[in-house]
Design a protein around this ligand. Structure first.
Ligand code: SAM
Length: 279
């Protein structure tokens, strides 16, 4: 039973971190003319209306993209903000691009996208959004099963975004299994995995499982808008990037002091950038 709906959370601080990292990875892939694939295992609907009942109910975007909108932001945020601005040409923040629309805003004619979304309400919206784009294939399938079937990609260059809802027991194990299978088929791809900071033990376990996997070059980027707490709720989020572009670590080290300050919800807000496994 799938109950998670991203429309309640679109544009929040976790989306800001995830989509900033995603945009920087795509920009770095564009440094070469050769085509690449952007594979999105958990796509959502693609486009979010921040005036919708869901978004208004939580108001999470106010403390995410809302804090950056109209501000003079560091250059590391420009590719991400370019995609958000493209959806809001009037200058008023109303629509927010989920990961598939963000990718579409940044890729070129020669590049390709593969999207999977399982939710019966979200899938038709996603399909419709990309109906006329010959670069995009959209599947209503399990994200990991489609990933396994699609690798290695013909281009041999690209990125896999893995952004599960973490609502079901076993999703962390599925993630590690999916990543291991992916690496077995395509060892040189970039894999960008999002995770929430809700229970620190789960993140520790995920880090240990990745460390034990034998996979190398695993970079962790985390932004916490408050200190860790035992109370329920997400206090931050992270991106684990396997085979990151060589520029990403420095870009995030440069950006995160500013971004953490901007998104902080208490004085314990913090960030970290570290290698779970180096080269
Ligand atoms: N990546 C999106 C973005 O950044 O805009 C948000 C994705 S949301 C966090 C997770 C999505 O995964 C939900 O829309 C959910 O319906 C979908 N989902 C859940 N289980 C799935 C599975 N096994 N395969 C594919 N999609 C799944």
């Amino acid at each position: 039973m799938l109950s998670y709906r991203h429309s309640f959370h679109a544009g929040n601080h976790a989306d800001v971190l995830k989509h900033t990292v995603q945009a920087l990875i795509l920009e770095s892939l564009k440094r070469k003319e050769k085509p690449f694939v952007a594979h999105d295992t958990h796509s959502g609907v693609g486009r979010y209306d921040l005036t919708s009942e869901h978004a208004e109910k939580t108001g999470e975007y106010v403390d995410g993209i809302g804090r950056l909108w109209g501000e003079d932001c560091p250059e590391e945020l420009h590719p991400y903000l370019k995609a958000v601005k493209a959806l809001n040409p009037s200058g008023n923040l109303r629509y927010y691009p989920g990961s598939p629309l963000l990718t579409r805003a940044l890729i070129r004619d020669q590049d390709r996208m593969v999207l999977t979304e399982l939710h019966p309400s979200d899938f038709p919206l996603l399909k419709q959004e990309f109906a006329r784009d010959r670069r995009v294939r959209v599947y209503q399938e399990d994200g990991y099963a489609r990933l396994k079937a699609s690798l290695p990609p013909q281009e041999r260059r690209g990125v896999v975004l893995i952004d599960p809802p973490y609502e079901l027991k076993g999703e962390y194990q599925d993630l590690v299994k999916g990543v291991k299978q992916g690496i077995q088929r395509w060892a040189t791809g970039t894999y960008a995995i999002w995770y929430p900071v809700v229970r620190r033990q789960e993140i520790n376990r995920l880090e240990k499982a990745l460390e034990a996997s034998g996979i190398r070059k695993i970079l962790q980027i985390e932004l916490n808008v408050t200190g860790d707490t035992h109370e329920f709720g997400m206090t931050g989020s992270g991106m684990i990037v396997i085979n990151p572009p060589w520029t990403l670590e420095q870009q995030m080290l440069k950006l995160l002091p500013w971004l953490t300050d901007k998104l902080a919800q208490d004085e314990q807000a913090n960030f970290r950038v570290r290698w779970i496994v180096p080269e």
